[in-house]
Write a protein that binds this ligand. Structure first.
Ligand SMILES: CC(C)(COP(=O)(O)OP(=O)(O)OC[C@H]1O[C@@H](n2cnc3c(N)ncnc32)[C@H](O)[C@@H]1OP(=O)(O)O)[C@@H](O)C(=O)NCCC(=O)NCCS
Length: 181
C-alpha cells in the first residue's frame, strides 16, 4: 500500500478483504454501477460479481481513505497467455469520485500490469463516460470508439528493476503505514 499526497492509500487486496470489496460494490449507486458494468445490474448480481472477484486470474487493488475502501481496480485475465493481455476495470464510490482516486488506482494498476509482463491492457467504458475516457487519454491510452462504447488500449513497456522496486516500495511503505495506524 502506498500513501498518496492527498491521503489516499493504494494497496493490493487479497481474499482477506473480500467483505470490504463486497461492501464497496454495494455502495455504488445506479449511475456508477451502470458506468462500471456498461449497463443495468441487479443487487444480487453485483454481490455475486464481488464475491467472485479473485477468480479469472485477477489482481485487485484498492484505494482507502481513512482506512475505508472507496475505490477498486481489477486487472483480469493475467497469466492466460504470454505475453499477456489483461482487462482493467475501475469503480470509485459516488461521494469519492473526482478527487484523484481513479488516477491513483490507474498508476498502480499500470505498474502492476507492467511488472507481470502484461503487454496489452484493455479498458471498455460507455461512450458517454467522459471522465474515464479522460483518465485513459491522460495515461496515453489509444482510444477506439464505436456506437455505444469506447475501448482504451495501453501498451506497457517490459518491466525493469526500477519498476519492480517502485511496486515493492509502495507496498512496503503502506504496510508500515498500516502497522502504525
Ligand atoms: C471513472 C472513475 C473510475 C474515475 O475515477 P475518479 O476517482 O472519479 O477520477 P479522478 O478524480 O482520479 O480523475 C478524474 C479526472 O477526470 C476529469 N474529469 C472529471 N469530470 C470529467 C468529465 N465530465 N469529463 C472529462 N473529464 C472529467 C477530472 O478533471 C480529472 O482529471 P485530472 O486528473 O486531469 O485533473 C470513477 O468516476 C468511477 O468509478 N465512475 C463510475 C464507474 C466507472 O465509470 N468505471 C469505469 C469503467 S472501466
Amino acid at each position: 500500500m502506498s500513501l498518496e499526497p492527498n491521503g489516499i492509500q493504494v494497496c493490493r487486496l487479497s481474499a482477506a478483504s473480500q467483505k470490504s470489496i463486497c461492501d464497496h460494490f454495494q455502495r455504488l449507486d445506479l449511475t456508477s454501477r451502470w458506468a462500471r458494468f456498461c449497463g443495468a445490474i441487479s443487487d444480487e448480481d453485483v454481490l455475486k460479481y464481488a464475491q467472485n472477484i479473485f477468480r479469472h486470474n485477477a489482481v485487485v487493488c484498492g484505494a482507502l481513505v481513512e482506512g475505508q475502501l472507496r475505490g477498486v481496480v481489477e486487472l483480469r485475465g493475467l497469466f492466460q497467455s504470454w505475453p499477456s493481455t489483461a482487462e482493467a476495470a475501475f469503480s470509485v464510490e459516488p461521494d469519492w469520485q473526482n478527487i484523484g482516486i481513479g488516477d491513483a488506482l490507474f498508476e498502480r494498476m499500470f505498474a502492476m500490469a507492467r511488472n507481470r509482463g502484461v503487454r496489452t491492457i484493455q479498458m471498455i467504458c460507455l461512450k458517454e463516460n467522459s471522465r474515464m475516457r479522460h483518465l485513459a487519454a491522460k495515461h496515453d491510452a489509444q482510444l477506439h470508439y464505436d456506437q455505444d462504447a469506447t475501448e482504451a488500449i495501453l501498451r506497457p513497456f517490459w518491466p525493469t528493476p526500477a519498476s519492480l522496486m517502485e511496486e515493492i516500495v509502495g507496498e512496503t511503505r503502506s504496510y508500515a503505514h498500516r502497522l502504525f495506524e
